[in-house]
Write a protein that binds this ligand. Sequence first.
Ligand code: PMP
Length: 404
Amino acid sequence: MMDIQKIRSDFPILNRKVNDHPLVYFDNAATSQTPQVVIDCIVDYYSNYNANIHRGVHSLSQEATDKYEQARETIRAHFNAKFTREIIFTSGTTDGINLVAHGFSGLLKKGDELIVSALEHHSNIVPWQMLCESTGANLKVIPMNDQGILDMQAYNELLTDRTKLVFCNHVSNALGVINPISEIIKKAHHVGAAVLVDGAQATPHIKPNVQELDVDFYVASAHKMCGPTGVGMLYGKEQWLSKLPPYQGGGEMIAEVTFEKTTYADLPHKFEAGTPNICGGIAFGAAIDYMNEIGFAEIHDYEKELLDYGTSELKKIPGLKIYGETAHKAAVISFNLQGIHPYDVGSIVDKLGVAVRTGHHCAQPIMDYFKIPGTVRASFAFYNTKQEIDTLVSAVKLAQKMLS
Ligand code: PMP
C-alpha cells in the first residue's frame, strides 16, 4: 500500500493554490511534477560540483563526470539494457526519434517502406515523413478502431520484405491506450525490420524491459518521469547504434580531428556532441531512483484505481463521451462534453484550480479519425487522489451548466 499523503508531501508544488483553489494537477501526460529529492539534486549540482564533464582533470570535473555516468548506469539498469553504452542522453523523446531518423537516411533507398501506427504523437510522425522525403521511402499506417485499438490484421498485411522500420508508441498520449508492442516487434523482426518504440507516455507508469521486448530503439523523456525538462534517453541495440552515423558533429563525439579526416568516439559519446545537460542527466537518474523507491507495481495498482474511479464518475455526467475506452489503458481519460468545445471546458475548470490539457495533444490524425477538434485530457499520476477526481467531476459539471 502506498502512503499517499507521504508521497504528496514529497512534491512542494502540490501545496500551492491556483485561482484561489488548491491545485489539482491532472496534466501529468504533458509533464509530471518534481519531487523534493530531484529539486535538491539540481540545487546540489549547481551549489557544489558544477563543472564540464569528460575532459577536465580537476576534481570538480571528475565528480560531475562520475555522477553523470552513474545516472547513465541507473537508466541502463532501469530499462534493463545489456550495456551502459547503449544508453544515449538526448534532450528528450523528440530528439531521440530525430537522431534515429537521421541515422537511417543513409540506410534507406527509394521504395523501402516504413510503418507507423495511427496513434502517434506528431514527433513520431514528422521526422519519418522528412526521412521519406529525402530517401524516397514510403510511409504506411496501421489503422485503429473506435476504441483506439490498432488493427493487427492490417499490420500483418502491411509487413513485407520492403519494410525497413516500424515505429509505435508504447502508450498513446492522446487516449492512454497501451499498444501491443511485443507483438508489433516480433512481427517486424520476422520480415527483418527494426522497431522504434516511443516510450514517452509509458515510462511514467510502466517499467519497460528492453531486452525482454527485444526492441531495437526505445526513447523517453525525463520530464514525464518526475525529472527535469530538456533531457531524455535513447536506448539502441549496440549493433544498430554502431551502424548509424553520428547525428551532430562537434566536441565530445570525436576520437581524432584533422582537417583531412575525423574519426568518431565510441558509443555512447559518438551521439553526444557538445556539452550535454549535465545537471539534467544527473537529476534524471535521481528521478528514476525516486520512482523505483515507490515501486512500479504499486504505481500501476494505485493508478488503475484512479483510472477506474475517474472513468466511472465522469461517465455519470450526461453527454460526456470518453475516447479510446479499452481495458488495456494507462491512467489517461480523454473526453468531450456534447456540443461544447474542449478549450472552454479546460478554461472553466482551471478557474477552479484544475489543470487539464485541451486540444489535439499533438496527435491531429487521431482527432481527424474521431472528427473532433480536440479533447479534454485528464492524466493521472501516483500522487493524485480520488478526492481530486471528485473536484474534477464537479468542475466539469459546472462547466457543462455554464456552457450549455
Ligand atoms: N511522444 C509522445 C507519445 C508524447 O506524449 C510526447 C510528449 N507529449 C512526445 C513524444 C514528445 O516528448 P518531448 O516533448 O519530451 O520530446
